[in-house]
Design a protein around this ligand. Structure first.
Ligand SMILES: *Cc1c(COP(=O)(O)O)cnc(C)c1O
Length: 244
């Protein structure tokens, strides 16, 4: 479906409602299969590139967690959407743009350097807010992806945890695009292992509770490996079309 074809509260609403029901049924099944509680997994509706009426339809279907990957788009949508939404910044974040979002986001999933953490801390202090963040790890070591390495993650957590007005809540990864989701099980397992190891180190101010992993193609596998946040775009809103 293209932007211009989208009718808020018409066909689109039904599409989104059905997609959400489908995703939620899969979440339920994945939780049952791995002995987890459904309420321990939060579905983030990844709404990047999608128009406001579509987001509003998802909102009316009960979505309160939305994920965006561009600062300007997040700010625009934040301004126009209801204020009880929890906005998740899931995309690569440039330091010079941090100031626009620190007081608007519920969580930043993409902290991959100490310099970025320092900037978030500095802007958070200025605005008098505390920002929850996740450390993004490029577990699969893909060239095309951002994220720190598994080895660096420990030091990054330790250093970033000393900064004011920033709380490290957990880890995030973007797994490779694969046909068979089971191929990504190894990366989700690895992320969870790092998470457990870091918690065992008893670093001051650090007790992580969140694992952000799993997208449309592999969220059930991620849930089986302990995901507490899954980030689903296509599975809720349909394919994305990028302007050329
Ligand atoms: C776009 C995006 C998603 C959602 O991808 P889908 O495959 O459409 O579910 C999840 N996480 C990140 C970081 C993204 O950029």
């Amino acid at each position: 479906m293209q932007w211009k074809d989208y009718e808020g509260n018409g066909m689109g609403n039904r599409m989104i409602r059905e997609n959400l029901e489908h995703v939620k049924a899969n979440i339920k099944r994945a939780c049952e299969g791995s002995g987890r509680k459904e309420e321990d997994v939060t579905l983030i509706a990844v709404s990047k590139t999608k128009p406001l009426p579509m987001l509003m339809d998802a909102y009316e279907c009960g979505c309160r967690d939305f994920g965006e990957n561009k600062v300007q788009e997040l700010v625009d949508k934040w301004e126009q959407m209801p204020k009880d939404i929890r906005w998740h910044m899931i995309g690569h974040l440039q330091r010079n743009k941090v100031k626009y979002i620190v007081d608007k986001v519920y969580m930043i999933h993409s902290v991959d350097s100490l310099r970025l953490a320092e900037e978030i801390s500095k802007e958070a202090v200025k605005k008098g807010v505390t920002v929850s963040v996740l450390i993004e790890i490029n577990v699969a070591q893909e060239e095309s992806k951002f994220g720190t390495t598994c080895e660096e993650a420990y030091r990054l957590v330790e250093e970033a945890s000393k900064l004011p007005n920033i709380i490290i809540k957990g880890l995030m990864t973007i797994a490779p695009y694969v046909e068979n989701a089971e191929e990504n099980k190894q990366y989700f397992e690895k992320l969870r292992q790092i998470y457990v190891d870091i918690n065992r180190k008893n670093i001051d101010n650090v007790y992580m509770t969140e694992l952000s992993m799993g997208m449309t193609g592999d969220y059930e596998t991620a849930i089986a490996e302990g995901a507490t946040y899954i980030r689903v775009g296509t599975g809720i809103f349909g394919e994305r079309f990028y302007a050329v």
